[in-house]
Design a protein around this ligand. Structure first.
Ligand SMILES: [Zn+2]
Length: 764
């Protein structure tokens, strides 16, 4: 696959970074072995570039990187891609290219051969944000696509003579869906508020996705999160042959590159046209980063081009031939939508007849359902326009607050217009509003509250009720009732006391399981997914505590025990599980979360397993048979007035997960477990000390021992001993320099089995 793909925007000048300059120098060296013509071109470009003015940043296509990433996480996709390439080659053997070309010359048919229903998910960062692009902007892009794919684009006159008779009417038309997956009237546009719209990737797609067998999903985001070093990714698509990743199928486009209306700075941009080319199986003409024809895009009417690190870029040049040795020796087809020459009024204005054949092949073999007559009825795109009811959607700046806090609500009405608004805020002040944007609502009493928005649309009233939308935490009650809530084992009152289990997709369920536990009689179990159907990016399941007043506590702790196993998923992919576990705390009732530090606060990949590195069969259904199959996590919390805890499992194909013995306490008070310390004859001397001190203790039996040093903020400064330790006398040295301790107070934390105590030490 290629390295850096450019979709450099139309510009008379283009922006030269030092990187690009270096690339040109590298390119120069490479080209010395090639022909003279190219050398002259390169000098021309270099001279031009040096005169160029920094006007626009390079924008890139992220499809190849996305494809590489998918293949690295799911080997099945690599097999699918190889199979596709092989099948395409054998298919080409059966086709007479001259016939294809002849048919192409006969001109266009009036009706499109394929109609593709489209849904556009606008993931925006607020009503007043430019990321929430208008319906008109979206419609302008659909019109533009239909011109590009039918060879009706107004800039087709810029094509050079040599490419005129190979440009194709692709006979594909795109229509915004008129029925959603539930059969309701839709404009084919979904608007979702998310502060994460600047983190555009496959994870974000889960916020709104329609069945990719019936719709082409297009996600519009503020910024695409792809790791490409020398530019901004404007869009990326998923290839049709990535069939085992159906939930992420479609394309994601930066909002600045979607739509053709002023004042968008990107009128005539072809990013979406290009990405749909990928979605229908087309490669870049410089695929493979070489001039080897068979290595490139698999087609013979797009001359191979060479694009090391995206160095060949930007401005139209009639003589540019980056692969002078190809046969026939053709200049680069800068007119092609799949190359990155996106120069205004000169470039990016055509698909070829072989690209058309390849897209049709992919539609027929990989996207059969989407254009079927049944699907056109199901998605409503065969119908005349109807007027839909508006959808009474809304969002807020926050959903978790402390008592006395406020929440700001904003309407997010789409799919139609509303003529009246009626808000109801249970537990809020004011309790109702008839404004479109009701502003701040104050919540004074703890609890979980519904928010209801009724609107009038087309003369009828439509409601949306978001159940338990706002969670208000009562700091005072938490202080009294829950401080030192030791050995909680999910008895009957956990929900009333404010403990919550949250599942991102609402499908997975936590259930109280008798007979399986770390201690006591029961634990909470999160069932595995028997169909292993979660997306490769995972699904989040969280367990959240109420808020605790830990102000003034010395080394308060958050502890829990869990059991998890590694598992191999069902065939054909046999994907190995890679669940992640992370522990967070919040000091503002859950408005924001910070990852905790210390052993067990993060477990990624195989580290999550409490049962070794053996992978169970997916059908086994893991059950921890005894206490050794559990792991206890003991973390130091912030000593603040209002502390909540959250354990998040990012489920990526794992088996059953068990949670038990969740405790929040200030138990690390000095001397609280003197009994344990004296039972092992624990001694620490000298204390205070200057350079080193010595810890001694005696074990009566082999035990799991963990001794660490913690600072007054709860940060782990280092581990002195960890692991299975034999019975007998032990001496452990604490060297101030080895742990890089400054003068001050620290704590030595000693854990033996499930018990622990803390000793204060002073370095001076
Ligand atoms: Zn691309």
């Amino acid at each position: 696959m290629g390295t850096k793909k450019k979709l450099t925007r139309l510009s008379n000048h283009f922006y030269f970074t030092i990187d690009i300059l270096i690339n040109f120098i590298i390119l120069l060296a490479k080209l010395l072995v090639l022909n003279m013509k190219k050398l002259i071109y390169t000098f021309t470009m270099l001279a031009f570039g040096l005169h160029g003015i920094a006007q626009q940043k390079s924008t890139l296509c992220g499809t190849d990187e996305h494809n590489k990433f998918l293949q690295s996480t799911n080997p099945q996709l690599k097999i699918e891609a190889e199979k596709f390439n092989k099948n395409w080659k054998s298919y080409l053997q059966t086709v007479n290219l001259n016939d294809l070309k002849k048919v192409n010359k006969l001109g266009k048919t009036s009706a499109p051969k394929y109609i593709i229903p489209v849904v556009v998910h606008v993931i925006h960062s607020g009503t007043n944000s430019s990321t929430n692009i208008s319906d008109a902007q979206i419609n302008s892009e659909i019109d533009f696509l239909n011109k590009s794919f039918r060879n009706l684009n107004s800039d087709s006159t810029n094509r050079r003579e040599i490419f005129k008779d190979i440009a194709a009417d692709c006979e594909i038309e795109f229509r915004l869906a008129k029925k959603d997956p539930q059969g309701n009237c839709t404009k084919g546009i979904v608007r979702v508020y998310s502060p994460n719209t600047n983190l555009g990737d496959d994870v974000l797609k889960r916020i709104s996705v329609w069945d990719s067998r019936s719709y082409l999903n297009i996600w519009i985001v503020e910024r695409i999160l792809k790791e490409i070093s020398n530019g901004v990714v404007a869009g990326y698509a998923q290839f049709p042959f990535a069939t085992s990743s159906a939930s992420t199928d479609g394309l994601m486009v930066d909002y600045k590159y979607f739509g053709q209306l002023s004042p968008s700075q990107n009128v005539f941009n072809t990013v979406t046209t290009h990405e749909i080319g990928h979605w229908l199986g087309l490669f870049h003409p410089f695929e493979g980063d070489s001039c080897n024809n068979t290595d490139n895009d698999g087609l013979s009417d797009t001359p191979p081009t060479y694009n090391p690190d995206g160095a060949r870029s930007g401005t139209f040049s009639a003589t540019l031939n980056s692969c002078g040795t190809d046969n026939p020796d053709l200049v680069d087809q800068q007119e092609n939508y799949m190359d990155y020459f996106n120069c205004k009024e000169r470039c990016s204005n055509m698909y070829t007849y072989q690209q058309k054949a390849r897209m049709h092949y992919c539609i027929e073999n990989y996207r059969r359902e989407i254009f079927s007559a049944e699907n056109l009825v199901k998605t409503g795109v065969n119908n005349v326009t109807t007027t839909c009811n508006a959808i009474p959607s809304f969002y807020s700046n926050n959903k978790n607050i402390c008592t006395g806090g406020s929440v700001t609500f904003n309407q997010n009405i789409y799919n139609g217009t509303a003529t009246a608004y009626n808000w109801t805020f249970s537990g809020g002040t004011p309790g109702t509003s008839t404004l479109a944007t009701p502003g701040n609502i104050v919540y004074n009493t703890s609890g979980a509250y519904d928010v209801k928005l009724s609107i009038t649309t087309n003369g009828t009233t439509v409601d949306s009720v978001y159940k338990n939308y706002v969670t208000v935490i009562d700091n005072k009650n938490a202080t009294q009732a829950n401080l030192n809530y030791a050995d909680w084992q999910y008895a009957n009152d956990w929900y009333e006391k404010g403990w919550r289990f949250e599942s991102e997709n609402g499908r997975a369920k936590w259930t109280r399981t008798l007979g399986v536990s770390f201690n006591g009689i029961a634990s909470m179990k999160l069932e595995d997914d028997p169909f292993n159907s979660v997306p490769s990016s995972g699904i989040e399941q969280s367990f959240i505590s109420p808020s605790f007043n830990l102000l003034g506590a010395t080394l308060p702790t958050f502890r829990f025990a869990y059991a998890a196993a590694l598992v191999t998923g069902p065939p054909p992919s046999n994907t190995k599980s890679t669940d992640d576990l992370r522990v967070y705390q919040s000091t503002n009732c859950g408005t924001t979360w910070t990852q905790m530090t210390g052993t067990g606060s993060v477990s990624t990949g195989t580290a999550i397993s409490t049962t070794g590195l053996t992978y169970l069969n997916w059908a086994t259904g893991f059950v921890p048979s005894d206490a050794s199959k559990w792991r206890e996590v003991n973390l130091v919390a912030t000593a603040a007035a209002n502390v909540r805890f959250k354990i998040t499992l990012l489920r990526k194909g794992g088996s059953n997960f068990y949670l038990d013995a969740v405790r929040v306490s200030s138990s690390a008070k000095l001397g609280i477990n003197d009994e344990l310390a004296s039972s092992i004859n624990f001694n620490l001397a000298p204390n205070p000390f200057n350079t080193a001190t010595e810890l001694t203790f005696e074990l009566t039996k082999t035990s799991e021992v963990n001794i660490s040093v913690i600072d007054i903020l709860g940060r782990n400064m280092g581990t002195l001993l960890k692991g299975n330790t034999n019975a007998g006398n032990h001496i452990v040295n604490l060297d101030r320099n080895a742990l890089e301790l400054n003068n001050g107070i620290y704590f030595v934390k000693v854990e033996i089995g499930n018990q622990s105590f803390v000793k204060k030490i002073m370095v001076n």
